[in-house]
Design a binder for this molecule. Structure first.
Ligand SMILES: CCN(CC)Cc1ccc(CNC(=O)c2csc3nc[nH]c(=O)c23)cc1
Length: 255
């Protein structure tokens, strides 16, 4: 269902629209749609075919394995998505999910959350015609250096991660949690009942009730774990004097 004035509209172009139920019918995105803050339109290129067999794939010039997405149904699907734009608004940004794209990270997601309309082109087969790409696609994004069967999972990752950053979508409680990754550090360890599990106790500091010490311990763990597991993230982060001190105390235990 299309909502009249959502904060952000996604148009997902895919041969497998039913896959998107995974994000539209549950969780944060499902709630945001119900609240009318976000809209997700599903557009299937097969609905724009004109032949009896509703053909959506075509053979590659120059031969080689596999097929490509047929140009005409795909172009019509993109144009339909762009036409579903409330007039006067900025034209939707066309994003092609592809292994050749720029890797998605928090910065990219944060930028996309400022848009009003994102048209997500989820490819299947080996890809799409380069001329179509040059004519319609504004941005090519990849989920990472591994092979998926199509762009749908990547498109859903964009829908979920961008929706979480749209103001007023997350309640105050959840939005606090989103800050953790946004500040470029990994998360600290988590513990819940029982206090002793499998012979292991919860770190005493977390039972102390001393919130200042607990916050300091958690920050130190976040700095230390990022240093151990993702030094690339740490290299990009300007640390305060207090953070430098906490990290060097953490590192001292490895000397
Ligand atoms: C023969 C070279 N392959 C490119 C790495 C062909 C190919 C494999 C898989 C696909 C389908 N994948 C996507 O559409 C895709 C879309 S976003 C993405 N991110 C990471 N990995 C991915 O495979 C994808 C398309 C072409």
């Amino acid at each position: 269902m299309t909502t009249s004035n959502p904060i952000l509209r996604f148009s997902a172009i895919s041969l497998f629209p039913e896959m998107f139920a995974a994000v539209t019918e549950s969780g944060v995105v499902g709630r945001a749609i119900k609240k009318g803050k976000v809209a997700v339109d599903l557009i299937n290129p097969r609905d724009f075919t004109t032949d009896r067999h509703r053909t959506v794939d075509d053979r590659p010039y120059g031969g080689g394995p596999g097929m490509l997405m047929k140009v005409e149904p795909l172009e019509k699907a993109i144009e339909f998505a762009q036409s579903s734009q409330p007039d006067g608004n900025r034209p939707g940004k066309v994003i092609y999910l592809s292994p050749q794209g720029e890797k998605i990270d928090h910065q990219m997601v944060s930028q996309l959350s400022q848009e009003e309309h994102l048209i997500l082109l989820a490819g299947r087969y080996e890809g799409i015609d380069e001329r179509l790409l040059n004519k319609h696609v504004d941005l090519e994004l990849s989920l990472g250096d591994f092979v998926l069967s199509g762009g749908e999972l990547a498109a859903m990752a964009v829908i979920d991660s961008v929706t979480r950053l749209v103001p007023e979508v997350l309640g105050h409680k959840e939005s606090a949690e989103q800050d953790s990754f946004a500040d470029g550090l990994l998360d600290h360890q988590h513990y819940t009942r029982p206090e002793v599990y499998d012979g292991n106790r919860v770190p005493q500091v977390l039972l102390s009730g001393n919130h200042q010490v607990i916050e300091s311990w958690r920050l130190q763990q976040r700095l230390g774990r990022t240093w151990l597991r993702r030094p690339d993230l740490l290299a990009r982060k300007k640390l305060t004097e207090q953070e430098e001190k906490l990290l060097s105390m953490f590192q001292a235990q490895f000397e």
